[in-house]
Design a protein around this ligand. Structure first.
Ligand code: BTN
Length: 265
């Protein structure tokens, strides 16, 4: 991958800026810098390697050279169309990744709410969504997307907080990163331009992992709730039936969701 091949592969997509980096700290920080400088339009940074890739909840994200797809999209709110009215658009990039994987490779990915993409119960892709505000106005969303492509991109088991896999391991053959990237972006632009929010929530919900299963949720204050996953509400928040038969709703913030195995709630 290089700047020229990236631009060629993404020709015709509505991107105001495309930048490729052989090695960078974090692509989210790159596009965050663009946002601060008032970058207009949807803009993309792609890196072959990240030396300080960031995950959710302050975790590190592993992006060794030549083996992963790591990119960040700067998405001004006015480009989100109908979806911009939703309280949560956290699932948008994961839904686009799922649709690209379904279409290009006939896979059946699922979304571990809010936005991890799983293949056969193992994490393939993570999304770090960050917001940029101007005063009290939400101005720009940054979607940072990391996908394990080659087996080398999967961290060692002891460094993982959820089992992981790579696309090449699942398919048993090599994958062209730029082709997958184009396919994801096409899906994302379609969802964001034409998608109604109710259709988007339905599509997100239909790929929800652990639906009707017991899970344990830890919020950012370390409070733990156990219950059965009921589905999503109209805003994309997660509905859970707790042990005391109450319905609890979780917003996509810093939560951790884990299945409870062999331990009925
Ligand atoms: C997670 O599952 O914890 C989210 C991982 C997000 C990783 C991507 S890779 C591209 C972008 N740059 C970063 O530093 N993080 C995101």
């Amino acid at each position: 991958m290089d700047q020229k091949s990236l631009e060629d592969s993404l020709a015709g997509l509505p991107l105001a800026r495309i930048s490729y980096f052989d090695s960078v700290g974090s692509t989210n920080d790159i596009v965050g810098g663009w946002a601060k400088k008032g970058q207009k339009g949807i803009s993309l940074a792609v890196a072959d390697e990240q030396t300080s890739g960031r995950g959710r909840a302050g975790r590190q994200w592993f992006t060794p050279a030549g083996s992963a797809l790591a990119f960040s999209l700067l998405m001004p709110m006015e480009h989100l169309g109908d979806l911009g009215k939703l309280a949560s658009t956290a699932g948008l990039p994961s839904l686009a990744v799922c649709q690209a994987l379904e279409n290009a490779y006939k896979l059946s990915p699922q979304i571990k709410w809010p936005n991890d993409v799983l293949l056969n119960g193992r994490k393939l892709c993570g999304v770090l969504a960050e917001a940029h505000w101007s005063g009290d106005r939400l101005q720009t969303l940054i979607y940072g997307i990391g996908i394990n492509i080659a087996p080398l991109s999967v961290p060692r088991e002891e460094e993982l907080n959820f089992p992981a896999t790579s696309l090449e391991d699942e398919l048993g053959r090599p994958v062209k990163r730029v082709e997958l990237l184009r396919s994801i972006l096409e899906r994302l632009f379609l969802l964001q331009e034409k998608g109604s929010s109710s259709k988007f929530i339905r599509a997100w919900q239909s790929r929800l992992a652990f639906k009707d299963e017991a899970v344990r949720i830890k919020d950012d204050s370390e409070n733990i709730t156990e219950g059965i996953v009921l589905g999503l509400d109209r805003e994309g928040s997660l509905r859970l039936k707790t042990m005391s038969n109450e319905t609890k709703v979780f917003q996509a913030g810093e939560i951790q969701l884990r299945p409870i195995i062999d331990n009925k709630v």
